[in-house]
Design a protein around this ligand. Structure first.
Ligand SMILES: [Zn+2]
Length: 310
């Protein structure tokens, strides 16, 4: 309901909202060359600066650990805003941290460790690059070959969304086998690994007193779609790697793509996390479950749909 009231300008997003808010960002910077094919999850630097400035002056910026503690005590003050980032993008250190420091706003960065140690390729970027470069894409699915002839922009978008939809819920092994086959059709794919923090840069980010690092699995899988053994192992591996490399306990988590079910939530709790973030909205905040805290996604592309959806 408040969504309709806040209108269409970035400036009014936070100012009009007295309810606690958890905001979810990914990357901050330019949309880049893949913009025509895949939906963007980036926010421009100027929009981000405006939002953080508004949060600092109009709201009560609160870290995730403090927010969770207040939620458990049943006392979340009006205008509490929590800023979070998913995946572990390199710009979280270079672009985001200086802005957070300028306005003294804390944030939590949920990191998928496979992107950081470069053992997991971000398949969505590889797929988008492939579709931008190739005139024809062949995709094998359950023994049937789909052939996409890509001669216009809408065909490329359709091809991206169709293959992305198929690969997203797959296990790490099947996803990576399918991408290997797809990537073999492309002469030279850009190295998208550099979009993410490496361990050294992650340690630099984690050293800021404004930053909390949280878990986000290792392979970035849809946790309620893969088998439970793989789900548990992937959450545990991400936590263990972060703790080894950062030398501190990792106690907050966010579900990749926001997907979860009862088993996933129980597993996250059993593995020693204190909270878990999903995606969506739910009011009043008194009903929020610390293992299913709803966040509002913020991106340049999602802005018009999300903020006009009510
Ligand atoms: Zn993610």
């Amino acid at each position: 309901m408040f969504v309709r009231r806040i209108g269409q300008t970035w400036k009014s997003i936070v100012g009009a909202c007295r309810f606690p808010q958890c905001l979810m960002f990914h990357s901050v910077g330019e949309s880049g060359e893949l913009a025509p094919v895949r939906p963007q999850d980036a926010v421009s630097e100027s929009a981000f600066r405006t939002i953080i400035g508004e949060i600092a002056t109009l709201c009560r910026p609160t870290s995730v650990p403090e927010f969770v503690e207040r939620l458990q005590r049943g006392s979340v003050p009006e205008r509490t805003v929590t800023v979070t980032f998913d995946d572990g993008f390199a710009d979280n250190l270079t672009t985001v941290l200086p802005i957070l420091e300028e306005f003294n706003v804390p944030a939590t960065v949920y990191v998928a460790t496979g992107f950081v140690d470069r053992t997991v390729r971000p398949f969505q970027y590889d797929l988008a690059s492939l579709i931008c470069q190739c005139a024809t894409v062949r995709f094998q699915r359950n023994g049937v070959e789909q052939i996409w002839h890509l001669d216009d922009a809408s065909g490329r978008v359709d091809c991206y969304s169709s293959i992305y939809r198929e690969l997203k819920p797959e296990s790490a092994e099947r996803r990576s086998a399918a991408m290997l086959e797809l990537n073999s059709q492309c002469k030279r794919l850009p190295n998208h690994a550099e979009r993410y923090l490496c361990w050294e840069r992650l340690r630099e980010l984690a050293a800021s007193p404004l930053i909390t690092i949280g878990g986000h699995t290792h392979h970035h899988l849809v946790l309620d779609a893969v088998d439970r053994k793989e789900m548990r192992a992937d959450i545990a591996k991400g936590k263990q790697l972060l703790e080894e490399h950062l030398g501190e306990p990792i106690t907050h988590f966010s579900f990749p793509y926001g997907h979860h079910d009862r088993f996933v939530r129980n597993t996250v709790r059993e593995l020693g996390f204190n909270s878990a973030m999903s995606i969506g909205t739910q009011y009043p905040w008194q009903r929020w479950d610390p293992f299913n805290i709803k966040r509002m996604p913020v991106s340049d592309a999602s802005f018009s749909t999300i903020f006009n959806a009510a």
